[in-house]
Design a protein around this ligand. Structure first.
Ligand SMILES: [Zn+2]
Ligand SMILES: [Zn+2]
Length: 296
């Protein structure tokens, strides 16, 4: 379960596989209920794909104060016969809506039929999605629930995508290793979202992309493993002159002294300068602070 705009992962469950060769009955229903339980009564909107959506689930979530919307499969068995994709015979980009109590349903013909069920949309409200016809993009009018579905599923897609980039090389046969790397990347991505929120200027200068952030994070965790970097000189008695600043980095770094004496909310220095002796970024204003600390 991820926030719908920037993809902060809020909660998750690990699928532990079939039991006795059988898929747990009502698995999709239970997972969504479990993840939503802390939010019951909040009137938050939750979007899900066709693995999860069912009429029972959306009704039960509605009772519990959760707005929910999701795609359903075109062979969905609860669908009235006259709304089956084969029966409605829509032209491209035509749609049809239906309502039953709090549930609204729409079927929209794209290259394939897209079916969306919601427990809070007005079936008469419309929105837009962008569709390519030939060379140009066109805004196409669609039921609001479909436009919203496309808009708000973005978060979980972003999260999957960002994490996915860095998991390609971890196709380990040991399941716990895959899980470990996955969770580590989720934590890294979540912390990237937080740091962009707490220190927007620093993040913009040092980590414009998630990859920049990952590189710095790894360097902090395991040291700089890139080749042809001079190893730091051995500390020879900590004389002040040894800790002088020079341009040490190609990319912006967060000043270590600023980080160490971090006052919450205070802007941290960003610099390409560093102390070669310590192989650590130090910004000009913190030079004396750094020397003092090293002398202690
Ligand atoms: Zn130093
Ligand atoms: Zn500083």
């Amino acid at each position: 379960m991820a926030e719908s705009d920037i993809g902060y992962m809020h909660a998750f469950q690990v699928y532990t596989g079939k039991e006795f060769g059988q898929q747990e009955k009502g698995l999709a229903y239970r997972v969504v209920m479990d993840l939503c339980r802390p939010m019951f009564g909040s009137n938050l909107c939750v979007y899900m794909d066709n693995f999860y959506t069912s009429a029972d689930l959306l009704r039960d979530l509605h009772i519990r104060g959760i707005y929910a919307c999701g795609t359903v499969r075109s062979n969905w068995k609860s669908l009235p016969k006259d709304l089956l994709p084969k029966q409605v015979k829509l032209q491209k980009h035509q749609y049809k809506v239906a309502q039953n109590d709090e549930l609204t349903f729409c079927i929209w013909q794209d290259t394939k039929a897209v079916l969306v069920l919601s427990n809070f949309h007005d079936p008469l409200h419309v929105g837009q999605v962008n569709r390519r016809t030939g060379a140009d993009q066109n805004a196409v009018e669609v039921p609001k629930q479909l436009a919203d579905y496309q808009k708000y599923m973005k978060g979980v897609d972003t999260c999957d995508q960002m994490i996915g980039y860095y998991l390609l090389h971890h196709r380990s046969r040991k399941w716990w290793r895959r899980l470990f790397f996955y969770l580590m990347m989720v934590s890294a991505h979540n912390s990237y979202i937080i740091v962009k929120d707490v220190h927007p200027e620093v993040a913009k200068e040092c980590w414009p992309k998630f990859q920049d952030y990952i590189e710095d994070l790894l360097e902090d965790l395991i040291g700089d493993t890139r080749a042809n970097r001079e190893p730091p000189k051995v500390d020879c008695g900590g004389r002040a002159t040894e800790h002088s600043l020079e341009q040490l980095y190609v990319k912006n770094k967060v000043c270590r002294e600023c980080s160490l004496s971090g006052v919450p909310g205070q802007r941290k220095g960003v610099t390409k300068m560093g102390c070669r002796q310590c192989n650590t970024p130090v910004h000009l204003a913190c030079q004396s602070k750094h020397i003092m600390r090293m002398l202690q």
